[in-house]
Design a protein around this ligand. Sequence first.
Ligand SMILES: Cc1cc2nc3c(=O)[nH]c(=O)nc-3n(C[C@H](O)[C@H](O)[C@H](O)COP(=O)(O)O)c2cc1C
Length: 353
Amino acid sequence: MVMSNELTKKLGIRYPIIQGPFGGGLSSIELLSTVSNLGGLGSYGAHHLPAAAISQLIADIRDRTSEPFAINLWVSNRDYFIDGVSRSDFDDYRARFKPLYEAAGAESPDYTEAFSHDFDEQVAAAIDARVPVLSFVFGVPGPHIIKACQDKGIITIGTATTVDEAVLLEARGIDIVVATGFEAGGHRVSFLKEPEDCLTGNFALVPQVADSLKIPVVAAGGIVDARGVHAAMALGAQGVQVGTAFLATNQSGTSAMHRDTLFSDRAKHTVLSRAFTGRLARFIENETINFVEKTEGLPLRFPLQNYFTEPIKAAAARYNNSDFASLYAGQGAPLLTHREAEKMFNSLIVDFV
Ligand SMILES: Cc1cc2nc3c(=O)[nH]c(=O)nc-3n(C[C@H](O)[C@H](O)[C@H](O)COP(=O)(O)O)c2cc1C
């Protein structure tokens, strides 16, 4: 099995393994640096952070590794331009969640007008810090961003859920495309069509994307062991991006409750739902999802829905109650065996060493 290829050369890594970024606070410097120091590419999902925090984050990461790593941002970080939400609309939205707040023991959120951070400022912070790799989901970054990355020697990764998205990313000058199949944990990061129309599995998606592009393709979704790595390479990928299996390790930023649930029988059944953020993502089913799915007027669009479910997630963490927590999981979760990131990483590269 090939260990060195165009992908590993572009990224400056030893093994064609990317630890997938987790947004919303579930990434950790410990996990990123463990993977980068072992010869893969560690990533950090930073879409929820303001620009100043991203600059600090990159400095903190550099204290823990001198190897390449990736920062990940969301190109589109709101479903429509929210120029503030009126108080009456806010009160109306909050009322729709009331039974869920009561059931979860959550506080009602306070009125706000600020829902997401400025994408251009986030990108500028990462570029100014000369992050080694900048990865994107939910769209194609503008030409000025791609040019600035090229000028500074920053490698760019784009993410596609369809062949059309992959072709567009390559045409706009992105260096590497992650093809993410239906199996994957986290959001369906589609940007040309609604995500519900972009549900191709990796066995069909990866070879079609590989046949359509000249740049390296990375497969993401359902890969949790060396068999998955072999399969992805046989289908034309030059590497893999692994999410759920790293999220389940003690080094990730998620809760012990979430990790334990990933190793439980409940992980045998995952669903795609907009219940937590307003955008479609894969989870282990629970009360929050069932409530939102059956409630008239919900879910709201992103990031409003995310704002109104924050108190529910906080209560779930406080009471250690997985009935209400956001239990992101990919379809490969029932195959998980490792709780330590180093062992997890080594199990992926077992045939490369
Ligand atoms: C909790 C969670 C959060 C994620 N957040 C992001 C994100 O912010 N940006 C991104 O590019 N991918 C994100 N992903 C996708 C992963 O990086 C990776 O591509 C995906 O998990 C691979 O599929 P797998 O879970 O089946 O291994 C997330 C995945 C999970 C499970």
